[in-house]
Design a protein around this ligand. Sequence first.
Ligand SMILES: Cc1cc2nc3c(=O)[nH]c(=O)nc-3n(C[C@H](O)[C@H](O)[C@H](O)COP(=O)(O)O)c2cc1C
Length: 242
Amino acid sequence: MKTTNERGRKGSAIDRGRADLSTAVPFRCRDADGPRPSGQGGQTRKWHRRARLLAMSGVDIGRRTDQGWSAMRDNNMADLFRGLTAGVYVIGVAQGEFRNAFTASSVMLVSFRPLLVAISVNPTHASYPILDGGGVFTINVLKAEQLNAAEHFGTQSGRTVDKLSATPWRAGRTGAPLLIDALAHIECQVVMDIEAGDHRLVVGRVVDGAVLAADASPLLYASTGDLDQSAELYAKEFCQLK
Ligand SMILES: Cc1cc2nc3c(=O)[nH]c(=O)nc-3n(C[C@H](O)[C@H](O)[C@H](O)COP(=O)(O)O)c2cc1C
């Protein structure tokens, strides 16, 4: 089992008030088209506008150095995306008697009528074939103190461990697992499943849900450090706008 990466939060990019509007610039990728020449009208203005917006939001997006446009500092892109204030959830899946669950932070409300939510799922996870075959999933909202549950469901695979055997749960209306100790849960029926880069975007119609602990605070993705070991997955530079 992987252990928690104890990487500190030194130099967190999400440090309000630290961004310097005069020097903060977007960083660029040196892709096949070569480096972007400086001062190119509309595109450059768009980059600067975007830089200013990001800087105003408190995100440190990189600085100009003697070497030219800089990439962001260490723990850069990972911190940037952790700033998208996501919660941490355990997604339950079921296909008949086959069940599994995994930790996810990529969860969002998509539509009110009908009530739709989306999750982003790596199709190589043990959970995906069950999700695909069963067509249902649950979203279990974790409490701030449930980092251990995030680790339990998010750092080991159902291929090697029966993760649900160690956690109190019950089958919901859809048959997918609902964690008894969660802050809240939502049950969904899959209505769309599309390829989205190296993940799949799965949209579910909400068929049931309940708040179980109204006074509890939710666990935030930003509080999980690099538990998901995603820091190494980000590219070093953004790709160029076309
Ligand atoms: C904090 C955290 C957030 C995660 N977010 C996602 C996510 O949004 N989507 C995803 O596919 N995997 C995500 N993962 C990774 C899966 O939870 C992890 O790979 C899990 O072991 C897959 O389990 P499975 O193989 O049993 O399905 C996350 C992991 C952690 C620790």
